[in-house]
Design a binder for this molecule. Sequence first.
Ligand code: B3K
Ligand code: ZN
Length: 847
Amino acid sequence: MRDASPQTIYLKDYTPFGFAVEDVHLTFDLAPSATRVTSRIRFAPNPEATDQTFFLHGENLSLLSARIDGETVKPTITDDGLTCEVPNVPFTWEAEVQIDPAANTALEGLYQSGGMYCTQCEAEGFRKITYYPDRPDVMSTFTVRINGPHPVLLSNGNPVATGDGWAEWHDPWPKPAYLFALVAGELIAHRDTFTTMEGRKVDLALYVRPGDEGKCAFGMQALKDSMTWDEDVYGRAYDLDVFNIVAVDDFNMGAMENKGLNIFNASAVLASPETSTDGNFERIEAIIAHEYFHNWTGNRITCRDWFQLCLKEGLTVFRDSQFTSDMRSAPVKRISDVIDLRARQFPEDQGPLAHPVRPESFQEINNFYTATVYEKGAEVIRMLKILVGDEAYTQALDLYFDRHDGQACTIEDWLHVFEDTTGRDLTQFKRWYSQAGTPHVSVEDSFDNGTYTLTFRQHTPPSTATPDPQPQVIPVAVGLLAADGTEAMGTQVLELTEAEQRFSFPGLEAKPVPSILRGFSAPVVLKHDADHAFLLAHDTDPFNRWEAARSLGKASLLNAVTEGTPPEQSWLDGVAGALTDETLDPAYRAYTLALPGQSQLAADLHNAGQTPDPDALWAAHEAHRQALADRLDDALPGLFASHQVDAPYAPTAGQSGTRALGNAVLALLTRQDGGDAAQAQFDTATNMTQQLSALAYLIRAGRGDAALAKFEAQWQHDRLVMDKWFGLQVMEAKPDDAADTATALTKHPDFNWKNPNRFRATLGSFAAHHAGFHAKDGSGYTLLADWLITLDPVNPQTTARMCAAFQTWRRYDAIRQSMISRELARIADTPGLSRDTTEMITRIRDA
Ligand code: B3K
Ligand code: ZN
């Protein structure tokens, strides 16, 4: 049972641990309900520490025995660890504890999934395995012996020896405990090898449950591509003899970068054309790259404390986005990253959960694995690269790896390498790490005597986390277009540092049309009355060209909601023009068709001082899609036919772009033909991308029942495909039916709510259904709250994460607010509520 009043931890209170750990030996005797963990750890007093208290973290452990230098000791045990008298010279600590992996439903520490044993230790799960200084600045080598009857016994590092019923592993690279991992089970290995640029031959293996061996090839190729890319682009080679990945069905997030033994949610690694969509393939490639890249940015150089989480996560997200841009299309990747940033990070930054990229306090660190730390953290690095230039970025990174290899570092260390490389003072830039909130940048322009002037104003709305935000360093990439659409000035990066700043461009013949924030050069809200139709037709910057279509669509939708106007001609014409422009990449054209999400439109209305009506937003979306279908009516069958892939399925950028556009057109066509083309596609589909999109449109058209039944019969045996079946029905439900659909699915015999993937597929999809979740009668709020209350005692991490569905509650009308408030109170008052969920609900209610 957790503390009634959880403790708040502050960045400013950091002190080093009183002891260094020289090496760690662990022995595991595996048994489902009574696993024995024996530890032998060499400690030495840390001369740099002022506090020499010997405190070891430990939670839910039964201590069977403890010895110091062979003598039995009796430590003082509390809920969160133990203290003990120790000598002030190096000594050996030995302990034996017993744990219960079979009862571990929180999926943190050592637990069981589908008959196998696996671990998740980041951030603070190792303390559920044995007593240890479970903090990232304590790094050590580990030797692990596993005794168990399973054919596969894995841990970090290199294999040392193995025998009947046991295996021993040694990890020569000092690491914090959060990177510890162990896996045991009846697993099948998909093997390959990779030779590094240093000539080291690495044995690669992807371990899966029997039956999944046909879904490994793509992940393995992605791993090899990642290894090559990190050598080519960052000069970083792999450093062990083996690299293992294990797929696990029950996992709280995507994957985990444990040294030499990455553990993956099965959904983030298993792929086949029949069972995975193009989007799944791209996500898998990115996650494999992300976890692999952590080997240098996270593992070799780790974080001093959890406040520095963005040091590894922001950088690694940035690196995986560079990888995807290189492997696929850079403009398309940028567009999808910005869509994601606006959908997930902006609401966080503009609501009660706002926190700086480097937070200054927390109660439960798992609650800070956020879009702000990850995605805004990556944007900050992207800005830094824009500001210092590509060459200096490469030099700074080389210095970072050189200077800090083997260390646990801070954001200060990170910024110093840039200051030392470039001579730049990054004091003001550092505000990106310390201030919460999204800066709003407004622009005015004037033209006088051949000189064009842009005036920028930046303002960050205050938040509880940052009540008095100061101006930030904002790189604004700007280009100027002449009236005939040619470029009057190529892209220049302007550096905003003041609240108000002016930039002049002399020597122009006529007033140009500005293209501002090209490539989305900073994570800000841009307020600018641009000539979107002109930019959509002429901008040479692919991001801003897409952004122009987006802005037209947004304006048309917002006018429809506030003024009741029909979809605007400029948007219809612009999108029709882009859609039929064969010079543009199909994937890009598909993005041009997509409307800004209803939740984002709700945020826009709220920011403009209005109260969003979810039903009106739904209706506006529908009207816009219908208007587009009508506008393109004649062209749709031809466009559909010309965007089909004849070649055998491959998850390449080219093929998936063609399918994305073909399916975006099919969505419109379904509105015109009642679903005949979608039915035909469903009946003949040979890959999941085509099958699932056709199914979605059939549901939308109100004729999905037979297809849903057929899909279920076809895929009942496949957990990951059935997650899609659960999710899609909720996503595609009409607002009035969404809660009933979700409720009915929770009664389905295959609704295993303790499995995070299935829970998220059903309830997560429901919370993301804007009009369904915000149904007028409050049924959506009650449904989600009921399930959060049910899940919390079983899996606090997944529960706490999903509480974020309520973070936008202050946007809505008084009646909805009071209904949400009641549900938040009901969750908060639940006896024994976890620290994770308590912190989230408190933050959401307080602001
Ligand atoms: N580092 C892990 C996330 C751990 C989350 C702990 N609640 C995966 C990643 O970012 O690569
Ligand atoms: Zn990561």
